[in-house]
Design a binder for this molecule. Structure first.
Ligand code: ADE
Length: 243
């Protein structure tokens, strides 16, 4: 897939690009491109924002500048799926990540200041995505979260036999949280690794792990009052089916 990120701080993504799963995904032929809104703003000021009509605090990202940035990037050609990062958007979860990673081309627009001129929401964006119900200073951290989630789902990104489908909330665990992991030493300060994991009995280990995932899903449901995974989210976990 190709993932484009529009931001006032493209250098914020330098670290992301050093990460192994991202590098692997890029080596597999995927692309990550960064764009600076300011390159599409008129010189000499290169101003991208202005004060809100009607008064009020803060500055608002201008629709003409964002429109021009998209025009400069894509011209009259086919547009990618354009995702605005906003605190009020659709909450990011594994289901949304699967939906986005299935797209051949996605562009994420990072906000700053008080946010985007409403016409950007109305006329330029296909989706609005939030990484949680809190307000960050800008969309760069959310874009990095989304990029990380998407990149590690791409074939070859995890670089070995494992795949993101085996993660918590993934398809292999039918949307349930992942089971606990242990490694050496087998005992530390009297804290033991469960016997079954040392038994070499792969069938027993598989059953034990599945049961731990179900337990975690039940504990989540009890703590929050929410089904886990969400009933609307396609696959139901076996725990909720048997209840
Ligand atoms: N921009 C500011 N806060 C955000 C959030 N929580 N999610 C996505 N974009 C944001």
């Amino acid at each position: 897939m190709r993932l484009d990120i529009f931001s006032l701080f493209p250098e914020a993504f330098d670290w992301l690009q050093t990460q192994r799963p991202v590098q692997n995904a890029l080596r597999e032929g995927n692309e990550l491109r960064l764009f600076n809104y300011r390159d599409s703003a008129p010189p000499p000021s290169r101003k991208v924002d202005d004060s809100p009509y009607g008064g009020g605090a803060g500055m608002v990202l201008r629709v003409d500048i964002i429109d021009k940035a998209l025009q400069d990037a894509y011209g009259e050609g086919k547009r990618p799926r354009i995702v605005l990062l906003t605190p009020t958007g659709r909450l990011l979860d594994d289901e949304l990540a699967d939906e986005l990673v299935a797209e051949p081309h996605v562009a994420m627009l990072c906000g700053r200041y008080e946010g985007f001129d409403e016409r950007i929401h109305e006329h330029l964006a296909d989706d609005e995505v939030s990484i949680g119900r809190y307000v960050l200073a800008g969309g760069e951290l959310p874009a990095m979260v989304v990029a990380d989630v998407l990149m590690r789902k791409l074939p070859g990104a995890l670089g070995n036999a494992s795949s993101a489908a085996e993660d918590s909330y993934g398809q292999v665990l039918e949307g349930m949280p992942e089971y606990p992991h242990y490694t050496r030493p087998p005992v530390h300060r009297g804290w033991k690794v469960p016997e079954v994991l040392l038994s070499g009995d792969h069938e027993k280990i598989r059953e034990w792990r599945l049961e731990r995932s179900r337990e975690r899903a039940r504990a989540y449901a009890e703590a929050t009052g929410e089904a886990h995974p969400k009933p609307a989210g396609g696959a139901q976990n076996s725990a909720s089916r048997t209840e």
